[in-house]
Design a protein around this ligand. Structure first.
Ligand code: AMP
Length: 298
């Protein structure tokens, strides 16, 4: 590894950050890395970066010669236009957070028109059962939008590894399936959920909560912990009933779904099987902000 490499993770911190804006720039960046024989890790994000994102980036830095972070609020994965408008956009602070890391990364922050031309639209995929549950039901079209941008980024950037958080566990399963279906030559690296000190899963949307609601938000995690504690002693239906009642009694939360599901297929559990892994999933609104979280149960 030579320090003089343009894109080296060990480049001096005084170097200005390499921010790429166009597909052509990505083409030149990729060519340079190939010329050097450097491996590339990709971390796709929608920005408003927090520790959860940064841990993905740091892991990518440990496992690759070069790392590219994409910051792109992908319009085709928003099924609610208000949600898209409200989504926090903080590019300058994001770049500062990346500069402060102990590894050097490049950033790809394209305009919507660069990725989609004049009229952003999603491709249609068949995710089978994976899209018939949870986010697939409550955010119709969401996973077509996610898979579209991920496929476009993977074909353009051709990373060796791509990093996804288990925070968006269903997204991770959908991307795995898309990569299998399309035969894309990339390793998908799942990364554990990073939480705030009180247990709330870090999320860009947490910044939209008022101080009062931010304190209430930990209820989501507390419920998942209770579910984990009773898994094995109560059956899934009893646990679901308990969760629904607890949310109904909460003055600020509105539960959208709760599910105990097979961690592979995401199908809701009937009888449990000791050879399989299960996870609990919750989506709920808190003061108009949609929060999701999940926890492994065994
Ligand atoms: P987003 O910017 O929300 O699209 O997230 C970009 C990536 O960061 C996705 O793979 C997310 O799953 C991951 N991510 C977001 N929040 C967390 C978290 N709290 N812990 C781990 N990964 C996360």
């Amino acid at each position: 590894m030579q320090n003089s490499r343009n894109y080296s993770k060990f480049a001096a911190h005084s170097f200005s950050m390499n921010v790429l804006r166009t597909k052509d720039e990505i083409g030149r960046y990729r060519k340079q890395l190939r010329h050097e024989g450097s491996s590339l890790g990709l971390v796709p994000t929608m920005g408003a970066l927090h520790r959860g994102h940064l841990e993905l980036v740091e892991r990518a830095c440990r496992e690759n010669d070069a790392v590219l972070v994409t910051i792109f609020v992908n319009p085709t994965q928003f099924n609610n236009s208000q949600d898209l408008l409200k989504y926090p956009k903080t590019l300058e602070t994001d770049l500062d957070k990346l500069k402060a890391l102990h590894c050097t990364v490049s950033v790809f922050a394209p305009e919507v028109s660069e990725m989609y031309g004049d009229s952003p639209s999603a491709r249609t995929y068949d995710f089978g059962n994976l899209e018939g549950v949870m986010e697939g039901v409550y955010r119709p079209g969401h996973f077509n939008g996610v898979a579209t941008i991920v496929e476009v980024l993977l074909r353009l950037i051709l990373p060796d590894r791509v990093y996804f958080g288990e925070k968006d566990y269903q997204q991770l399963q959908v991307v795995r399936q898309m990569v299998r279906q399309k035969n894309l030559p990339v390793s998908i690296i799942p990364c554990p959920i990073v939480r705030e000190a009180d247990g709330l899963a870090m999320s860009s949307r947490n910044t939209l909560l008022t101080n009062r609601l931010r304190k209430e938000a930990v209820f989501l995690y507390k419920m998942l912990e209770e579910v984990k504690n009773s898994f094995g002693t109560k059956n899934a239906n009893e646990i679901a009933e308990f969760v629904r009642e607890a949310f109904a009694a909460h003055p600020d939360f509105k539960l959208e779904y709760f599910s105990i599901a097979d961690a592979e297929t995401l199908l809701p559990v009937g009888a449990t099987d000791e050879t399989k892994k299960y996870r609990a999933f919750i989506a709920a609104y808190l003061g108009g902000v949609r929060l999701i979280d999940n926890l492994p149960l065994n």
